[in-house]
Design a protein around this ligand. Structure first.
Ligand code: URA
Length: 197
């Protein structure tokens, strides 16, 4: 019974968060997007991935990473035995699509950050992965280039954070896919070490 109550409480928390995100007016992105895109996946996942922000297709469908970049992301996750339904939760730095898919501004990222922080607290992942520079900046709270950030374990509080390429970048620069694969293998090792400890 306690378990059932916990599950019901968690469902309430997610519903409340979704409502608040849909009603949020903290920045101007809400004026131009069709709908807010909260996140998708396993809300008890060990892995949590953070992207930049919804694009046109995500804005249309209300789910992160459903376009071309998302297909590549799914393939990458599949190669290490994960799907967005199990073991992974996917969110973005900003929940509303920036017009024309421009990079979100620092103000927009900061305005939206409390929602991401809540998602991280609710999922309680064992590892965070920042996809691309804006996500790395969001999670690490500092400007950092992908090349400087890759291959090291950063921290968000106690939580380990890895930084890797954004899949949209990898679509344009497929020669860097091997490096992204290395990053995912490191991620697998980190999660395995956590699960053993
Ligand atoms: N790019 C992102 O960063 N996030 C999405 O949800 C889609 C594309």
């Amino acid at each position: 019974v306690a378990r059932r109550h916990e599950a019901a409480d968690a469902a309430d928390d997610w519903a409340a968060l979704a409502r608040e995100v849909a009603e949020c007016r903290a920045c101007k992105l809400c004026e131009t997007r069709k709908q807010a895109v909260l996140g998708v996946g396993d809300t008890q996942a060990s892995w949590m991935l953070v992207g930049e922000g919804p694009g046109a297709e995500e804005d249309e469908r209300g789910e992160p990473f459903v376009g071309q970049a998302g297909k590549l992301l799914d393939a990458m996750l599949g190669s290490v035995g994960l799907t967005r339904g199990k073991g992974v939760y996917i969110a973005n730095s900003v929940k509303c699509r920036p017009p024309g898919n421009r990079t979100p501004t620092e103000e927009e990222i900061l305005a939206c950050r409390p929602f991401l922080e809540r998602q991280i607290r609710m999922v309680q992942p064992h590892l965070l992965i920042a996809l691309g520079r804006p996500a790395a900046q969001t999670l690490l709270g500092q400007e950092i280039s992908i090349s400087a950030a890759r291959g090291r374990t950063h921290r968000y509080g106690e939580l380990p954070v890895l930084v890797t390429y954004h899949p949209a970048y990898l679509l344009r620069t497929p020669q860097d896919k091997a490096k992204a694969w290395e990053d995912l293998c490191r991620a697998t090792d980190l999660v395995a070490a956590f699960d053993k400890a």
